[in-house]
Write a protein that binds this ligand. Structure first.
Ligand code: LLP
Length: 425
């Protein structure tokens, strides 16, 4: 499958660069991003969703190069903080292709979005309506969408399900709060309601929940027309398209998803007597995830009565996902070939707690030893962007590989960086 990016028989190379060489030049742990893979994934979306806005969810992974690649490919950008926004615009990302999200946007987030004139702001709560309207400079109008909770359960883990009622995101159809907020937005002369948004959750591999979302959202578009005489032009279906982390796992087929979504949209709109709205999709993981590999060096191999622990030089500070969501990875030996028979080992990190497990009971060559390199495929999304400073272990660098060349995108957090933020005493 696609996410098994580290291929055997090629000296374990990504983007034409052997991983051993990356480790040699940039140290470990290090995150390796395959630029061509990112670009190809952007193109897959644009081909599958013609006449739609494909908006990359920056929270999955953002650096200046990434912003530049997705911009060049013609995508928009979903940001959820002044930080993501600031970084994107410094690369020259056109603000009108940026969408601001957030269930609790800070004054700084809203100020930055209005100052930089982002294309769309997604309203997530009723109280945000007057607050945003008051912040829009007189004489201008801000395009907004209202984030709707359609009441649909989907997603790879409870922590990433956002389509069900009674949760912190969006405004529910079931309790009428979506309808109420829409009415409030329509009363505000400085807000221009251009459409509705929903995001079901993340790591979804089935198409059906998206079709259910289309039906509910079109139902709501029809109600808005009936109650207010307004035909909204945009429908943003969020992201959430799942990838595979281990060979053999299911993943979302973007082409199939797009075909079925367009068909459902056409049918639902025809039934409701509505024109077909312009679609937006907001993939994050499916663009960045399979394009990234985490590369670690083995520091310790410890054989206990029951388990062989392979401890690497990173862990839950650069990848909290196994601890948070129970995600299972398939690490591979990199940097050398081994003909030793595989044995089940548990790959752990260097952090000071027993829950710092990167991959439990995975097969690796039985001759694995300190100094070896381990590559973790499908590490491009929600790793670097969720990295923490736990145990004051500096956050790892990010390098891009492309056509046999490797270049540094984000440098390693140094001891000096860690020291310099601390200004007390
Ligand atoms: N749009 C909105 C409004 C979102 O909140 C998200 C993700 C996306 C789009 C992109 O979803 P994606 O296509 O990447 O699934 N940290 C978790 C994932 C959290 C997703 C948050 N929102 C993880 O590591 O699995």
């Amino acid at each position: 499958p696609e996410s098994a990016r580290v291929l055997p028989g090629e000296g374990l190379a990504v983007g034409g660069v052997p991983l051993g060489e990356v480790a040699e030049r940039h140290g470990t742990p290090v995150y390796v991003v395959d630029e061509a893979e990112v670009r190809e994934r952007c193109r897959t979306y644009l081909r599958a969703f013609p006449n739609a806005d494909v908006v990359y969810a920056a929270k999955a992974f953002l650096c200046r190069a990434m912003a530049h690649w997705v911009q060049e490919e013609g995508l928009g950008l979903d940001v959820c903080s002044a930080g993501e926004l600031e970084l994107a615009v410094t690369t020259g990302f056109p603000p009108d292709r940026i969408v601001l999200h957030g269930n609790a946007k800070s004054p700084e987030d809203l100020d930055a979005a209005l100052r930089l004139r982002v294309g769309r702001i997604v309203i997530d709560s009723s109280s945000e309506v007057p607050r945003l309207a008051a912040a829009v400079p007189s004489g201008s109008r801000q395009k907004v969408l209202v984030r709707v909770v359609p009441g649909i359960a989907a997603g790879g883990h409870a922590h990433v399900r956002t389509g069900t009622d009674d949760q912190k995101f969006g405004l529910s159809i079931a309790d009428g709060s979506a309808q109420h907020a829409i009415a409030r937005v329509l009363e505000q002369p400085r807000l221009e309601l251009v459409g509705l948004h929903c995001h079901l959750g993340s790591q979804i591999t089935a198409v059906k929940p998206y079709l259910a979302a289309v039906r509910r959202m079109v139902g709501l578009l029809a109600r808005v027309r009936d109650s207010h005489g307004v035909t909204l032009e945009q429908l943003d279906l969020g992201g959430g398209h799942g990838i595979c982390y281990r060979p053999g796992e299911p993943e979302m087929d973007i082409g199939v998803l797009a075909r079925k979504v367009y068909a459902e949209l056409a049918e639902s709109c025809a039934a409701a007597g509505l024109p077909v709205p312009r679609l937006t999709v907001e993939p994050g993981r499916a663009i960045a995830g399979p394009a990234g590999v985490a590369l670690y060096r083995v520091l310790v191999v410890k054989r206990t009565a029951g388990t062989t622990f392979v401890a690497v030089d990173g862990g839950m500070s650069d990848n909290p996902r196994p601890a948070l969501y129970g995600v299972r990875y398939a690490p591979r030996l990199a940097g050398r070939e081994s003909t030793a028979r595989p044995a089940l080992v548990t790959v752990v990190g260097r952090h000071c707690e027993a829950g710092d497990v990167l991959a439990a009971d995975v097969p690796l060559p039985s001759d694995i030893r300190p100094g070896d390199l381990l590559a973790v495929p499908a590490a491009g999304a929600y790793h670097v962007s969720m990295a923490s400073g736990y145990n004051m272990v500096g956050r790892p660098p990010v390098v891009a590989v492309d056509g046999g060349r490797v270049r540094l995108l984000v440098r390693r957090e140094s001891l000096a960086d860690i020291r310099n933020r601390d200004v007390g005493l």
